[in-house]
Design a binder for this molecule. Structure first.
Ligand SMILES: NC(=O)c1ccc[n+]([C@@H]2O[C@H](COP(=O)([O-])OP(=O)(O)OC[C@H]3O[C@@H](n4cnc5c(N)ncnc54)[C@H](O)[C@@H]3O)[C@@H](O)[C@H]2O)c1
Ligand SMILES: [Zn+2]
Length: 362
């Protein structure tokens, strides 16, 4: 078992990474839970992982009730959020009731926002069950639901009491979802650690086979990097924006193709290739650097080419992105592999050049 600590100005909490973490519920869970616990999960994850959590809670003497939500990004909205509030009210949850998010990033983001707002703030614990949520969304306190006009538009910064990343859960994850999470793993290497990039190149086959210790090391390194970045810049006023590498292009792909058709991680993978091309265009990366990134993404069974889209659509989607600041589109670029920077003065012509292979209109 590996432990990390996240420290922000207002909070300090552990991330536990390992296998069969409920076996240590007395030390890993009990200290972070109130007497009453609301477990919130979805229809896919609950049948797989709810019984073991319930047994652990019973063993450590906690009262609990469960709220099971429909599964999918399409349900990450105010209607489903209301189902959480309904369940909390019906069970007379108090402000000190601990909410547990048991599921992937959709559950984690929604439960986090419910916790941030229920009675002006209830404690919550993240039990992420997808690779993406273990390396990214469960750490750092960004919580949100979608609005019909934009993804993650309604939310709050709200940190959990603890994060339990049980790697055993990943065995049941559909392979496409596992790969999508691997896109975020590769992202960390590209934005901040060239050594980790070489390590990933060496170990990708073992990672894809979910070899326990290699997987633990990768998740640990990602959480460590995220914890460092969030510790330095909780509210994304500076370096935290580097975590959006590939995301401005990626969000455009997700929006154009319809959320759910391209998984977030898949869109980010193709987006990172475009971020590499942009970095090449600016004279920072070489074509060989980009090829190296493409090979690694392919080894993780990820797409490396964006779907066809017109330049107008690209720009329209990218201007809608939350990362737009004062009307300026900002891109995370790579000064070299393992070192990210922000660039806000990318013109239309430059974009047209980079996106030329994806444009479906002259
Ligand atoms: N808060 C943040 O900082 C942050 C960062 C990145 C992404 N996100 C958000 O995370 C969401 C994506 O998260 P995700 O990729 O985990 O998707 P997800 O939560 O939709 O999970 C993917 C699918 O796998 C299922 N699943 C989950 N765990 C499983 C398991 N162990 N075995 C079998 N099936 C399982 C889910 O029910 C779902 O069908 C998006 O909404 C995105 O906006 C948030
Ligand atoms: Zn992402």
């Amino acid at each position: 078992m590996h432990t990390l600590t996240v420290e922000t100005p207002g909070s300090r909490y552990p991330i536990y990474i390992g296998h069969a973490l409920y076996d240590q519920a007395e030390t890993l869970l009990a200290p972070h839970l109130s007497q009453t616990v609301a477990i919130i999960s979805n229809e896919t994850v609950a049948p797989l992982y709810l019984p073991a959590l319930e047994q652990a809670l019973t063993r450590i003497g906690r009262r609990y009730f469960t709220i099971i939500l429909p599964d999918g990004e399409a349900y990450k909205n105010s209607d489903t959020l209301n189902l959480i509030y309904d369940g909390l009210m019906q069970h007379r949850a108090e402000r000190k009731t601990t909410l547990i998010a048991l599921g992937g990033g959709v559950i984690g983001d929604m439960v986090g926002f419910a916790a941030a707002t229920y009675q002006r703030g209830a404690p919550f614990v993240q039990i992420p069950t997808t690779l993406l949520s273990q390396v990214d969304s469960s750490v750092g306190g960004k919580t949100a639901i979608n609005h019909p006009l934009g993804k993650n538009m309604i939310g709050a910064f709200y940190q959990p009491q603890a994060v339990l990343a049980d790697l055993g859960c990943l065995k049941t994850l559909p392979p496409r979802e596992f790969s999508a999470g691997m896109a975020e793993v590769i992202k960390y290497a590209l934005l901040g650690d060239a050594g980790f990039l070489s390590w990933l190149e060496q170990h990708m086959p073992a990672l894809m086979a979910q070899e326990a210790e290699v997987l633990a090391q990768a998740v640990y390194r990602c959480c460590q990097m995220k914890a460092e970045i969030v510790g330095e810049d909780e509210k994304e006023q500076g370096i935290r924006a580097h975590l959006n590498l590939g995301h401005t292009f990626g969000h455009a792909i997700e929006a154009e193709m319809g959320y759910g058709n391209w998984l977030h991680g898949e869109a980010v993978a193709a987006g990172m290739v475009l971020a590499c091309r942009l970095s090449e265009h600016l004279g920072y990366l070489t074509p060989a650097d980009s090829e190296r990134v493409i090979r690694l993404l392919q080894a993780a069974a990820l797409p490396v080419e964006a779907p066809p889209m017109s330049l107008e659509r690209w720009i329209e989607h990218m201007q809608h992105d939350k990362k737009v600041s004062d009307g300026q589109m900002r891109f995370v670029i790579l000064k070299q592999l393992g070192r990210a920077a922000i660039s806000s003065d990318i013109g239309r012509e430059q974009l047209a050049a980079i996106l030329s292979t994806t444009l479906d209109t002259p």
